[in-house]
Each structure stands twice: as structure tokens, then as C-alpha cells.
Design a protein around this ligand. Structure first.
Ligand SMILES: Cc1cc2nc3c(=O)[nH]c(=O)nc-3n(C[C@H](O)[C@H](O)[C@H](O)COP(=O)(O)O)c2cc1C
Length: 297
């Protein structure tokens, strides 16, 4: 199993060992959330480690988690963000990178929606102008974590996942077997909205693996709201706006997708960059937003 095949098996962890993280895992988290954050607009986010998970769960009951039901975890991260779309995306991107890398330390995680950001911030005693946009439950997964074992095995072969090419070689199964996931071909259009490609066409363009990987990105309520438009060598990311009118949520999902896209491209030997402010020359319909364009450098 390659490292990215392991990623196709990644899932949110909702049951944790009650004991806290071990010291090597804690120091990984400590390092990873220390600013400056290596992402565009990283100066607009502030990530805090909340050690006492029991306290957090107690004070945030009814205010965070789907339907106000908090996930019980030994620790949490609190994600504070300037309330603008590009900062939400930066948070989604950077946090997801930390969570991906943290699997190496047997850290399981789950994003937690914050329904009442003002009250939640107050209950946590945060003094900040930024918006508490999400929490992330973190801890040792209760069930045996095959992904962590895999990461630990490959650790011997490389200095760190942060080292160049440190994510290992890409080799992904092309199966569309996960029943709760959108089929790969439904994610991608060519040139303009609605112009789908077949599986074979995606494969001929060497793109099937990238979009197969993308489907594994987490999203609010597992909405999988992404559509990609291939424009020459560039890729445009669009997101279906959620019914709650929650811009933060759409852009967090978008930032998370941008991270996985970058990762997949990096594995293919490409480096590129996401840009904001893309004109809608693609006939993207109402109800969707264009969040960025990836250009290969
Ligand atoms: C912004 C965001 C908020 C989320 N909030 C919650 C939450 O409050 N409770 C929960 O159980 N899962 C939450 N999730 C996790 C998603 O439900 C999960 O990623 C999705 O169902 C896909 O499952 P997977 O992560 O196991 O692949 C959230 C995910 C995101 C991206």
C-alpha cells in the first residue's frame, strides 16, 4: 500500500482513547500549530491547542458538533479565523495538512462544526477578534489504526513528511467502490460547466488518480460539494453553496480540497499554486462558487 493509498482509507475518528496524546504526538502538534503558518493568508488564522478535552466538551455542549452533539476527545484544536473567505480557505488547507501529517503519530481527528461561534468563544474564554470557525477533535483512535501503522513503517525511509517528496510515491487504486462517495467522473468537467469526461478520457489524461483521491477529502456533512473544471493546464475549483448560507463552511471545505489537490499534484511531480479571483468564463451556475484556480508552475 502506498502512502496515498493509505490516504484513500482515511476517515474521521469519533472514538478516542481517554488518555491524552503521548509526548511525541504532543510535540508534533505543538510545532505544527505554532505560527507563522506556511499557507497563503496564514497570518489571518490562529490555531490553539485545548488540552483539557473534558472541559471543552462540557462547556460546548449544544453549541458545537452536528445538532449540538460534541464528539468526545481528549484534546481539541480551536480554529480562529478572520471572517473572510480566503482566510477560511487558508484554515481549511493548513489544518487539513496538519491532520494528514499527524496520522504518522497515531493521531486520529475529526472536524467539529461550531454552530454558535460567539457563545462558544465566550465559554472557552478566548480573547480574540477572530471567529471561532471550527474545532478539531484529536486523540489516539480507539480502534486499531492501520493508517498510523503504515505511516510508522514508511517513516524509516524518509526524514519527515515535510521533506521534499516526503509523501512517498503515488499509486492509487482506481476503484469507485465507496458507496457514500460521488463517482469520480461526476467531479470533473472539461473547459466548461457540464462538459463531462468519461473514465477512459480521464485516465488518458492521467487525471483519474488525482480526482479519485479528491473524493476522500472530508467535507461538512459529507456533502462532497466540489466540481473541478479543467482549463488547459489549469484547474478551477467550484463548490456547491450550502443551504445554510454558511460561507465559512463552504470555504473550509474548499481549503481542505485545495490541500488534497496540491498533495496529489505534488505526488505526480508537479508543483503549482492556487489563485483567488477567478472570472466565471466557465458558465458556472448560480448556487456554486468559484473558489480558486490551480496553475502548474
Ligand atoms: C468543516 C467540517 C465540519 C465538520 N463537523 C463535524 C461535526 O460536527 N461532527 C461530526 O461528526 N463530523 C463532522 N465533520 C466530519 C464530516 O462529517 C466527515 O468528514 C465526512 O462525513 C466524511 O467522512 P470521513 O471524514 O470519515 O471521510 C466535519 C467536517 C468538516 C470538513
Amino acid at each position: 500500500m502506498s502512502q496515498l493509498q493509505a490516504l484513500t482509507k482515511r476517515k474521521s475518528v469519533r472514538e478516542y482513547n481517554k488518555r491524552g496524546l503521548k509526548s511525541d504526538a504532543l510535540s508534533f502538534v505543538d510545532q505544527a500549530i505554532r505560527p507563522p503558518y506556511a499557507v497563503d493568508n496564514g497570518d489571518k488564522i490562529d490555531i490553539r491547542f485545548l488540552e483539557d478535552g473534558h472541559h471543552v466538551k462540557t462547556v460546548l455542549g449544544g453549541l458545537a458538533g452536528y445538532a449540538g452533539v460534541m464528539i468526545e476527545a481528549p484534546h481539541y484544536l480551536a480554529v480562529l479565523v478572520e471572517p473572510i473567505p480566503e482566510a477560511y480557505r487558508a484554515a481549511g488547507y493548513y489544518i487539513e495538512k496538519v491532520l494528514f501529517d499527524s496520522m504518522e503519530y497515531n493521531i486520529g481527528s475529526c472536524w467539529v462544526h461550531v454552530a454558535e461561534p460567539h457563545m462558544a468563544k465566550e465559554r472557552l474564554g478566548f480573547d480574540s477578534d477572530k471567529q471561532l470557525v471550527a474545532l478539531v477533535a484529536i486523540g489516539e483512535p480507539l480502534e486499531d489504526n492501520a493508517i498510523a501503522k503504515f505511516f510508522q513503517r514508511i517513516k524509516a525511509n524518509k526524514a519527515s513528511v515535510y521533506s521534499p517528496g516526503g509523501y512517498g510515491n503515488l499509486e492509487i487504486e482506481y476503484s469507485d467502490t465507496q458507496s457514500d462517495r460521488t463517482s469520480t467522473v461526476d467531479l470533473v468537467y472539461l473547459d466548461t460547466w457540464g462538459n463531462s469526461l468519461t473514465r477512459d478520457e480521464l485516465e488518458q489524461r492521467n487525471l483519474l488518480e488525482i480526482y479519485t483521491l479528491m473524493k476522500n477529502a472530508p467535507s461538512w456533512g459529507n456533502r462532497q460539494p466540489w466540481k473541478f473544471i479543467i482549463d488547459g493546464y489549469d484547474i478551477v475549483l467550484t463548490i456547491q453553496n450550502n443551504e445554510r448560507g454558511d460561507i465559512a463552511s463552504d470555504n473550509l471545505d474548499g481549503g481542505i480540497a485545495m490541500f488534497y489537490f496540491d498533495l496529489a499534484m505534488n505526488q505526480r511531480g508537479f508543483s503549482g499554486h492556487w489563485h483567488n479571483d477567478v472570472e466565471n468564463t466557465y458558465h458556472v451556475p448560480e448556487g456554486y462558487s468559484i473558489l480558486g484556480k490551480y496553475t502548474v508552475e
